[in-house]
Design a protein around this ligand. Structure first.
Ligand code: ADP
Length: 511
């Protein structure tokens, strides 16, 4: 039972393949016209041959009918010449000939069966009554004979001579009827011979078409097979191999699309690996420092309390740092999670910025950095207040952190009818050109030791970017090393579930 099922499954699988379909379609396309042609030609030959034969017999019958009139065979049926003529006709066409008079009496029958009897067949009665036959001829393909009826009339010579039996003028009523049944065996024999020849040709054509169909099936489908093999190889782990199937436009499209997906997968894989190694490294650093501190304490004996305290304070700082990295990583993970919904509400952006500056001000004051807020107009936008505050705080804190003593930070806000812009400009150390495009990467820091000194984790800008993108906004940076940096944030005033194309920031507009 199981094996029959798997066999059926195998058959179904084979039938569902493009190759077997191409094969079957090519076979049918090749064979069907052949078969149709054969039947068409043979049947039209049969029709035409029967027609020609009937025409010929009809002409002979008319000539005979004239002879019957001339010899007054119906009045005195003894004429030997006529009888011989009738018998010759019958043997020539391998058939039977009846001569019937106007009172339906069979005057002569070449089979000598019906002579003297009354003929009451419909076609004879019709012909006697109307002076013409019911139909030009009747053909019985099963029994292989044609039946024809012709009237015996004095004016037979005036007839049009066509097979319809319609006369040009109103004829006198017939004196009798000639009915002939003629064998069509010769037509059948020719048909049989032609059929056999056709079958022979058909078989040769069928074999050629079968071979052609096989060739087409293999040739046309092989690019697809190659494509599927290359994809299977990629699946098996050779992820750097590009897929190629240039034969067809469609396979090229599939291969291109697959290669793009592959490139993205590789990129994602590489960035995942990099992220994991960065995370491990970042998490390991505070742990290593704390362990070194603890070990050095343990190795010393009779350590003074002040030294203990100092070391423990350092260990505490490292634990805080570890905590900060973990909580920022968790924030990023939450941001990346598409299911996490934003708590969007109308928020006064000016007030929000005032609050952020108030919190950052003590930090700025420590290094005598001037913190300025320039609001062009009142802005109320639909944002997630907590997240937007976090994003902007990162940017403003960075502007202070990476500033010079007595430096300046200016936060400018503006809006049009669609979106609001926040520009955070500082007069700090700036970012080298090769790093400008990388500062939004996770754990990327221009100067690692400087960032660490300031308690940086390298995750702040990634978080800010995530938040802005979640609001369907854009974030960009412009910087000149040694002179300062400006970050631009543009967000829609109304939160739209689907992203819209934003006006590029001034920095990009200039390019
Ligand atoms: P960090 O925690 O190190 O500050 P961020 O993701 O916030 O991490 O920033 C990444 C890096 O970008 C920083 O280490 C710093 O080198 C650079 N950076 C960010 N903001 C500024 C700025 N305003 N001026 C100069 N460099 C900056």
């Amino acid at each position: 039972m199981k094996s029959s099922k798997t066999f059926l499954g195998h058959i179904r699988e084979v039938l569902s393949s493009i190759r077997s379909r191409v094969f079957v379609i090519s076979l049918l396309l090749g064979l069907c016209p052949c078969i149709i042609l054969q039947y068409g030609i043979l049947s039209s030959y049969e029709k035409r041959a029967v027609e020609v034969k009937a025409q010929e017999v009809q002409l002979q019958l008319r000539a005979l009918a004239n002879h019957l009139i001339t010899a007054d065979f119906l009045g005195t049926p003894g004429s030997k010449v006529i009888r011989t003529e009738l018998n010759e006709f019958s043997s020539l066409y391998n058939g039977r000939l009846l001569v019937v008079d106007s009172s339906l009496q069979v005057i002569s029958d070449t089979y000598s069966i019906a002579t003297g009897k009354t003929a009451i067949s419909e076609d004879i009665v019709y012909c006697l009554k109307n002076g013409t036959s019911m139909s030009p001829y009747t053909y019985d393909p099963e029994a292989d004979y044609i039946t024809l009826v012709t009237p015996i009339v004095e004016t037979a010579s005036l007839e049009t001579g066509d097979m319809t039996g319609i006369r040009e003028s109103e004829p006198p009523s017939p004196q009798g009827v000639l009915k002939a049944s003629v064998s069509t065996k010769t037509i059948e024999t020719t048909l049989d011979m032609l059929s056999r020849t056709a079958l022979l040709f058909e078989m040769v054509i069928a074999v050629s078409i079968f071979l052609l169909a096989l060739f087409f099936a293999y040739y046309l489908v092989s690019p697809l097979e190659r494509l599927s093999k290359s994809i299977a190889a990629v699946k098996a782990g050779y992820t750097t191999n590009l897929v190629s199937a240039p034969e067809y436009l469609e396979t090229r499209h599939i291969a291109d699309a697959f290669n793009e997906v592959l490139a993205r997968m590789n990129q994602l894989d590489a960035s995942r690996q990099e992220f994991v190694s960065n995370v491990s490294h970042e998490l390991k650093t505070p742990m290593t420092s704390a362990k070194v501190l603890a070990d050095s304490l343990l190795m010393q004996e009779h350590v003074e309390e002040a030294v203990y305290r100092e070391f423990l304070q350092d260990i505490d700082n490292e634990i805080d740092r570890e905590n900060k990295i973990i909580s920022e990583l968790l924030t990023l993970v939450r941001m990346d999670n598409k299911e996490t919904q934003l708590n969007v509400q109308p928020v006064n952006i000016n007030d929000m910025l005032e609050m952020i500056l108030k919190r950052v001000r003590p930090q700025a004051r420590e290094r005598d950095i001037e913190l300025l807020l320039v609001s062009e107009r009142k802005i109320v936008a639909e944002v997630d207040e907590t997240r937007m505050t976090m994003a902007l705080t990162n940017l403003i804190e960075n502007a202070v952190k990476y500033n010079k003593e007595h430096g300046k930070v200016r936060v400018t806000t503006d809006a049009d009818h669609q979106s609001f812009t926040i520009e955070i400009m500082d007069t700090g150390v700036g970012i080298p050109p090769e790093s400008v495009n990388r500062v939004f990467e996770r754990f990327y820091r221009v100067d690692k030791s400087r960032s660490r000194e300031m308690g940086g984790t390298g995750l702040g800008l990634s978080i800010s970017k995530s938040v802005v993108l979640q609001h369907h906004g854009s974030i960009s940076v412009e910087s000149k090393e040694g002179e300062g940096t400006t970050f631009y944030v543009i967000c829609p005033l109304s939160y739209i579930p689907e992203p819209v194309e934003m006006v590029p920031p001034r920095s990009e507009r200039k390019k």
